[in-house]
Design a protein around this ligand. Structure first.
Ligand code: CTP
Ligand code: MG
Length: 233
């Protein structure tokens, strides 16, 4: 039987959010940001293991009590210089430890997407469990798209037809994902890009707006509102 394993890259610094602490440890609805995605993924019964990739110099994680998730989570202090490197290193560690086979499904999820829900994760699993390639949560673009000149004036309006915004989790089989990441160009910003570079077409599974990535300072306030409500459920 193939397992479903979640892998959370949490080795970034959060430079765009502009706070002193790494973004995954910022307070959000009475917890730390990373807590929320961990809680959701640990509550999805089909996911047997949740692995967190930390920066080797991380000194924050061990200072907190994670016993609520005991038996389901594990940390790997092998984060790299980029997200892709952190995912690659975590996946290698997982496979070297014999905890994931080539055929197991890996759900890579950003620590900075605290609004992921159990339902959305279940939808991803339902739609991809029998898929040949794997895929990702994504939402069709809502806004009108403008191409800018170097002076920040509109050069033209671009069609948004067929354009989607990629979210996470992104779900691929461990063996395929590792070999894709090892061959991928250095500038990729998600896992699906590595799979696409092999000529494969990941499936787009409809996500939702709550699953946005906390990137800029104002995103913190929005995430706080959403999660405060969710924590009462
Ligand atoms: N990430 C990682 N290793 C890195 C860079 C990023 O594990 N070297 C993780 C982040 O911790 C985050 C996810 O990848 O959970 C998405 O990245 P992003 O939102 O870009 O976070 P940061 O890189 O931390 O933020 P910024 O780009 O603003 O510095
Ligand atoms: Mg980044």
């Amino acid at each position: 039987m193939t397992d479903f394993i979640a892998l959370i890259p949490a080795a970034g610094s959060g430079s765009r959010v502009g706070e002193r602490a790494p973004k995954q440890y910022l307070p959000l609805a009475g917890r730390m940001m990373i807590y929320h995605a961990l809680r959701t993924l640990c509550r999805v019964t089909r996911i047997t293991e949740v692995c967190v990739v930390l920066a080797p110099e991380d000194s924050e994680w061990v200072q907190h009590d994670w016993s609520e998730f005991a038996g389901k989570i594990q940390t790997f202090p092998c984060g790299g210089a980029t997200r892709a490197e952190s995912v690659t290193n975590g996946l290698k560690a997982l496979m070297a430890a014999g905890q994931a086979t080539e055929e197991d499904w890996i759900l890579v999820h950003d620590a900075a997407r605290p609004g992921l829900s159990i339902n959305l994760t279940e939808r991803l699993l339902d739609e991809l469990a029998e898929d040949e390639v794997g895929g990702l949560l994504a939402i069709p673009l809502a806004d009108t798209l403008k191409r800018a000149t170097s002076q920040a004036r509109v050069a033209r309006t671009e069609s948004r037809e067929g354009l989607w915004q990629a979210q996470t989790p992104q779900m691929f089989r461990a063996g395929l994902l590792l070999s894709a990441l090892e061959q991928a160009p250095a500038d990729i910003t998600d896992d699906a890009s590595a799979i696409e570079a092999l000529g494969l077409s990941p499936k787009l599974v409809l996500g939702d707006a709550y699953n946005f990535k906390v990137t800029y300072p104002q995103d913190l306030a929005l995430a706080e509102l959403i999660l405060r409500e969710r924590m009462t459920e």
